[in-house]
Design a binder for this molecule. Structure first.
Ligand SMILES: [Fe+2]
Ligand SMILES: [Fe+2]
Length: 252
């Protein structure tokens, strides 16, 4: 009795419905099976690979990048299905070399959903990410082994030489990071410069000034963030913008 007084419903009063019996109700969403042969590989330089897949039902493509040097470095894992598809390709490229690091721009399935799959194969793998992302990785039981990078920090190890640019992202403007690879002059821009649709040419040509101005049209960025990113990007010798979604942009 007291339960109903304060608005609770007794558990045994719930009814089970079989959704498929509702007329006109669409049951079952088609999940596209990802196949390795649908993945395209592009080399951005002698030691930087792009792996690209287009997911038709959401009209969006996903990129993962791999830097192979004395140490090896992956930029975003893709979600679990994408990582399962990606793993044989990574193994083929790396051969006997282990995967050492994964950069996670922010906590989202396409950024780190497949982390555990990679960690099973490469037990010494470590994520590089912001402090908030490290807390989320720990909180979801994904990793408590993250190397925390603060905004505007740098990371050097063997031939890897990176700078991290602050990138506050949804859902609560949590502090994420964008990665600039100084060795190859590549900006790994995550969801900035996201392009929807199927990519015909994985590398398009532009110039940095046009791309800085293009940030003004980005519907996902606040005006404050646009100004911050424009300032940060304009100070970097960017030769390629490598987004998480869509084509790479070669800046002449
Ligand atoms: Fe994202
Ligand atoms: Fe993304």
């Amino acid at each position: 009795m007291w339960l109903s007084n304060i608005g609770f419903t007794r558990v045994d009063s719930f009814k089970a419905f079989e959704l498929s019996k509702f007329k006109g109700l669409k049951t079952g969403i088609r999940i596209t099976k990802l196949k390795s042969e649908n993945m395209k590989t592009l080399k951005l330089s002698e030691s930087v690979y792009q792996f690209h897949i287009y997911i038709a039902p959401i009209n969006l493509s996903f990129n993962t990048y791999l830097i192979v040097d004395k140490e090896t470095f992956l930029i975003q894992t893709g979600d679990r299905m994408q990582t399962q598809m990606l793993l044989p390709v990574i193994k083929e490229v790396l051969g006997e070399q282990p995967l050492d690091y994964v950069f996670i721009s922010h906590f989202e399935s396409d950024e780190c959903g497949g982390y555990k799959i990679l960690e099973q194969q490469y037990p010494n793998l470590r994520p590089l990410c912001s402090e908030v992302t490290a807390r989320q990785l720990r909180g979801f039981g994904i990793s408590d082994n993250a190397i925390i990078q603060s905004p505007d920090s740098t990371f050097q190890s063997n031939n890897l030489d990176f700078k991290f640019i602050p990138y506050p992202v949804q859902m609560h403007n949590w502090m994420g990071l964008i990665l600039f690879d100084k060795t190859h002059s590549i900006l790994f821009s995550s969801d900035v410069y996201l392009q929807r649709g199927e990519v015909k040419d994985n590398m398009v040509i532009s110039d940095l000034q046009s791309q800085l101005e293009a940030l003004n049209n980005d519907p996902f960025l606040s005006s404050e963030l646009k100004i911050g990113l424009q300032k940060s990007f304009s100070e970097l010798p960017i030769s390629i913008i490598a987004p998480g979604h869509g084509a790479c942009i070669k800046c002449l």
